[in-house]
Design a protein around this ligand. Sequence first.
Ligand code: PLP
Length: 453
Amino acid sequence: MDTPVQDLRSNAKTRSHFLHPWQDVATGEVGDYTQLQRSSGIHVQDSDGNTLIDGPGGMWCVNVGHGREEIIEAVTRQMRELTYFSPWSVTAPITEQLAERLAALTPGDLNQVFFTTGGSTAVDSAIRFVWFYNNCLGRPEKKQVIARVNAYHGSTYLTGSLSGKLREKANMDMVEDRIHLLPCPKPKDRPAGMTVEDFCDAKVADLEQKILDLGADKVAAFIAEPIMASGGVIIPPDGYYKRCHAICQKYDVLFIADEVVTSFGRLGHYFACKDVFGVVPDLLTTAKGLTSGYVPMGALFISDRLMADIARHATGARPFYSGFTYSGHPVAAAAAMANLDIFEKDNLLDHVRTIAPHFEAALRGLSDLKVVTDIRVKGLMAGVECELDPTHPDEDRDVGFALKVDRHCHDLGLLVRPTYNACVMSPALTITKTQIDDLAAKLRAGIQRAMAE
Ligand code: PLP
């Protein structure tokens, strides 16, 4: 018989067997995990029957909104028709159709689709593909990867190592010998007196200098989100992304656009790297909005050029020994197809482009609040940063404040779930002007109540 082990954790009486991501294991802190029971459109409902605006849109993912019958029906139909197929040995029309449809939407020659189970596995596959590519091209020493502080690329060993949220690395082992982090290109944190243009020059120079320090023949890739989402919606200076791409081209370094958040409408386009930032990357990763979070799925897009390079250098077969039991899962593919149908039927991209200025104006309206020290908005993603005393920075104090804002907003009917000291907003793309005003009013009241506390 098992010997009962005393549970030293403080919340043992409310113990849940669901270990959440980022949960404090030492104290067993269950925090305020609101139980959600229902969802519809831009709203969720908790177990007490309170209706809340879903500010983060799930986790940057419920792009077409909750409860869309079209996706529910498509998924159900697909499960009845074909539950599963092994992507190693067979294929299915629904997944073939999705790959073809996506290839037509991606920028440039990103025509090869490698399906994954989510964003982390898409980014992980991207890095593995880059290393595989350089092995195939006979340059096994070209393996170093450059990423950035405050970026988030996932939670596998490799993608956790690429992520630059430094305080989240404590007690976690990381890949040490192949990954290098550049300073974050956050304009607000530039040195006093420096213009944004000079700051942009400096951040681009950081990349070039790192490539030169490591040796261009050693550097395989640079990975960057067009906008750092989980880092707190960090929007780099104008021109930064494009100039980094030019540096990569100059030194034969592959450019990976991590569009796990920014694709599928968040910035008013299917993919933001070219349409918003003027960059056609060599590899592109997506997930989240691909199925609007109804079913897990991610994808890595690989350029025809890279595929052709491998073919040209090969003397025989070159299998890419990578893949997942659920690569191209037919039920996820059905969800993605129905999701794309909704984008077309509802003219969702036009809607985002039309409504984005209203979203921006509504959130910028919070700038009169003393604790709000930075408001960052692009498309339908926003970060409202709160600092109690910018002259005496204290991250823990400000994180504590943001959690208070979160609690008050909950009472007011808005789910926030801040990232550090930033209230990040990424609502369903179907949001209306009235709903945006409601969201901004609730956020204002939540911040005011936290200030008064
Ligand atoms: N890349 C970016 C930019 C992300 O924001 C995330 C998740 O938030 C990931 C990758 C990891 O995606 P997933 O959680 O689906 O593995």
